[in-house]
Design a protein around this ligand. Sequence first.
Ligand code: GLU
Ligand code: ZN
Length: 459
Amino acid sequence: MSFVCRFAPSPTGPIHIGGVRTALFNWLLARKNKGKYFLRIEDTDKKRSKDEFKDQIISSLSWLGVEHDGEPYIQSKNIEKHIAVANELIEKGFAYPCYCTEIELEDQKALAKKNSLPFVYTRKCRDLKEKKDGPVVIRFKSKISGSTLIKDLVQGDRNISNATIEDFVILRKDKTPTYQLSATVDDNEMKITYIIRGDDHMINSFKQKQIYEAMGWEVPNFAHIPLIHSDKGKKLSKRDNASTLEDYKKIGIMPDALRNYLLRLGWSHKDKEIFTKQESIDLFDLSGVGKSPSKLDMSRILSMNETYIKTIDEKELFAHFKEYSAKYKKTFDVSKENALIKSMGFLKNKAKTLEDIFNNAQYLINDEMKIGDEDKKLLDDQAKLIVKDFITEYEKLTSLNKESLEPVIKSLIDKHKTNFKGVGQPVRIGLVGSRFGPGLYDVILSLDKAEVIRRLKKI
Ligand code: GLU
Ligand code: ZN
C-alpha cells in the first residue's frame, strides 16, 4: 500500500503546538516512506474559519520545514460532494432524516442525565416509515450490535461495542455536512491510506470507519498519537502561554530546534537527543511513539534552542535573527548589519533564544544608550576618572584586539588600585548602558573606535 497521509487543521484559531507535532509526524512518515503528505484546510465551519488563520497555518508549517505536497486542499470547495454522499447513504439505507426538535433532544438529554448515562441520541427516528415536513437533520445509521475493532498503529487493538456509538449527524438542518462526513469523504477522495492524528479523535475513527464500510470504500490505517499536556500535567490551554506555535516563535525559538524538540516529545530513539532533518526522516517510526500523554518542558525547549543557536553557522544564525527582529521586535538599520554579523560569535554564548540575542545586541542596534538608574549610581567620581584614563590610553592604540587591550586594563587596575570589575564595570556601562551583557573585550571590539570614544566621553 502506498503511503498517503494528511494534516487537516481547522482554520479557526492560531495553530496549536499539538497540531504542529501531528503535522510533523505525518510529514516525516511520508518522506520516510517516499509517499505523499497533503495539507487539508477544514474550513466548512464558515462562521469560525478565517483566511488569516489559514495563511498562518500554511506559513507556520513552512517556517518549520514541514512542506506539504501539491496545493493545500480546501475542504469547503468539496461540499457538494459531501452532500451527494449523504444522499447516497440515505438511498443505501445507511442514513435517515431525524425530525426531533431541540426541545425533544433536550428532554432526551435530561433523561440520560437523570439515569446517570452519557447522552446518546435515542435513535427515535431511525425506523420511521413515513416522510415528514419541516427541518430535519440527517443521521448516520450506526451499527447497534457487535463491536468494531481498530488496529491502531500506536494504541494497539482498540475494540468498542457498536451500541455505544450514536446515530451521529452527517447533514445539519441547513444542509451543511458535519466534520464526520466531510472528513471521511475527503480522506477517501484524497486516497489517504494513513490517518495519523491526536488520540482525542479515537471515537471519530470508529464513526468514520462505519461510513467507509457503508460506502464500500477501503478503510485506511489509523494511528492516534497521545496529546501534549502542560508541565502541570493538564490539557494545554491558551492560558499556558505555550499552547500555540506563535508563543514559541515570539520568544525566538528557532524552527530546527522546535522541530527537534517536538520530534522527541512522545517519541524516542535510544538516547539520541539531536536529530538532523534527514536523521529524523530516516529514524522516525510510529512504533517508537509512546501511549501516554507527553508533558511540555519549557526548560528542555530552551536548552534545545540554545544548542542550535550555539552550533549553527553564524551567518545562518544572523539570518534567523534578522527575520525574528523584523517580525517581533523592530527592523534594524542596514548599517548595523556588519557589526551584528561579526558579533554573533559572542552574542550567541549568552543566549537561549533569539530574544536574548536581541536584548544583548541593543547597544549595537541603538546609537543612544539609556543608562539605567541602578547603573548610573555605579558611576561615581573614581569610576568617571577611570573611564577618562581609559579613553586616553585607548586612543593611543594602533591595533585593536584583546592582546592590545589587556595591558591597558591592567595598567588602570594598578593605577587606581582596583580590580578587573573596578575598571570593566564603568567602561561597560558607558558602552552598553548596563553592568550586564556581553564580555568587556567583546563589547569594546565590536564597536568602531570613534564610537567607543564618543560613548565614553559622555560619562
Ligand atoms: N479539523 C480536525 C481538527 O482540527 C481534523 C481532524 C482530523 O485529522 O481528522 O481536529
Ligand atoms: Zn429523531
